[in-house]
Design a protein around this ligand. Structure first.
Ligand SMILES: Cc1cc2nc3c(=O)[nH]c(=O)nc-3n(C[C@H](O)[C@H](O)[C@H](O)COP(=O)(O)OP(=O)(O)OC[C@H]3O[C@@H](n4cnc5c(N)ncnc54)[C@H](O)[C@@H]3O)c2cc1C
Length: 388
């Protein structure tokens, strides 16, 4: 397996220590009761610089790359995927804020690097999931302001974030051949613990990814200043896709972390649990499951590292990023399911984290582009786009 540099090994080890000592006990306590990630834990992550890994040093960030970002994400997700996901709420929303003006960068990024300005991303809608270009939420210019009206779905962290980045249609003329044009992004600042004025919301009853709430939002003539527009008017599709390679690598890292947690817990349980007078880890059926789990994780991690190297050296790798997202998330569901199986009935209770890894791994196949969408991207790159 690829050797990590000394610096990367230390970053990974520090993240692992934080995850095991600080995050895991909180996850084991709060996930079963659907509690929120505590603010003091978020503050500790901020002190470690985890919200500024990808931000330039001139804005107070660590100025590191996708590789380091994914190492941290993997370790945090080994303990609780929601915490591994939270770092994407800083870090320039992984590429989405790359196109900020110099004034906006100076205003937002230092606070973001300090963990004082964390965001929610509101892209998806009831009828715009995989088909992002189908966004119908509208923004209309009224004097010095924009007025946003429409329904959004699946906005995670909308309540506790310091801002919501909303994608809305500013050009009502939809070109059927280029539906992705005419979308714009608005950064709406808001108080923590509340939704912006002009926005109503209700929590979506999900089956995992606890620690924060995912919202259905209704924008009703929500007024925002013209200065809240990020990127050029009508070009938000590129803003939404700017950091996709890193975002997909991040999801692969989360998948690997979950699978690693499942493996470590399965090994402990296999050593302790006795049946037929032996630890179940003596039975070949269990031993081979563990061997298979470890091998699948190693393969996904190796692919992840190679994709991260490409991203950081500026080589375009959207196909490889889709491959690792696909491979790692599918792997994670299989491996976490086997981890649960090794726990027998105990795995089907909330007394063990095995069920959490499995529920959360299930989601990695859905968000950040479903497995089917990744396969579509990969096959299009190999075969060319089909005539539709
Ligand atoms: C817990 C959770 C949190 C989320 N958080 C956020 C968030 O913070 N912000 C945000 O904007 N979004 C968020 N999302 C939304 C997420 O990105 C979407 O759920 C995802 O993109 C899939 O869209 P969809 O749910 O509408 O499924 P659909 O697009 O309706 O897909 C349904 C099925 O059809 C398949 N399918 C669709 N199109 C094709 C095609 N062309 N070819 C083959 N198969 C196809 C899909 O793969 C899937 O199996 C979140 C989702 C979840 C579940």
């Amino acid at each position: 397996m690829q050797q990590l540099s000394e610096e990367r090994r230390m970053i990974k080890e520090a993240a692992r220590q934080f995850a095991i000592e600080r995050v895991l006990p909180v996850a084991n306590r709060l996930d079963p009761e659907k509690g929120a990630i505590p603010r003091d834990l978020i503050d500790e992550m901020a002190e470690l610089g985890y919200f500024g890994i990808l931000l330039p040093e001139e804005y107070g960030g660590l100025g590191l790359g996708a590789f380091e970002y994914c190492l941290v994400a993997e370790e945090l997700s080994r303990a609780w995927m929601s915490v591994g996901s939270l770092i994407a709420r800083g870090n320039g929303l992984i590429g989405a804020l790359k196109q900020l003006s110099p004034e906006q960068k100076a205003l937002y990024l230092p606070r973001m690097a300090r963990g004082e300005f964390l965001g929610a991303f509101s892209l998806s809608e009831p009828n715009a999931g995989s088909d992002v270009a189908n966004i119908s939420c509208r923004a209309v210019r009224v004097g010095d302001e924009w007025e946003i009206t429409g329904n959004k779905y699946w906005c995670t962290f909308a309540d506790e974030a310091d801002f919501i980045l909303v994608i809305a249609r500013t050009d009502p003329q939809i070109d059927p051949k280029a539906r992705h044009r005419g979308l714009s992004g608005f950064l709406i600042e808001k108080p923590r613990g509340a939704l912006p004025a002009g926005v109503q919301g209700s929590p979506i009853p999900k089956i995992g990814y606890y620690g924060w709430t995912t919202w259905e939002l209704a924008f009703d003539r929500c007024r925002v200043p013209a200065s809240s527009m990020v990127c050029e008017e009508g070009k938000a599709f590129y803003l939404a896709t700017a950091g996709l390679e890193t975002a997909r690598a991040h999801t692969a890292a989360r998948s690997v972390g979950l699978a690693q947690g499942a493996l470590e817990d399965a090994i402990s349980y296999a050593r302790e649990r006795q049946q037929f007078g032996h630890p179940i880890g003596d039975f070949q059926a269990i031993r081979f499951k563990i061997a298979d789990m470890a091998t699948q994780i190693a393969a996904a991690r190796a692919l992840l590292y190679s994709v991260c190297e490409k991203i950081d050296s500026g080589v375009r790798c959207d196909t490889e990023a889709s491959m690792v997202k696909l491979f790692a998330s599918e792997m994670s569901e299989r491996v976490t399911s086997e981890g649960l199986q090794i726990h027998g009935g105990a795995g089907y209770t909330t007394h063990f984290a095995a069920e959490r890894y499995w529920r959360d791994a299930r989601l990695t196949k859905i968000f950040e582009g479903t497995s089917e969408i990744q396969m579509r991207i990969i096959s299009d790159s190999l075969l060319g786009k089909p005539a539709r």
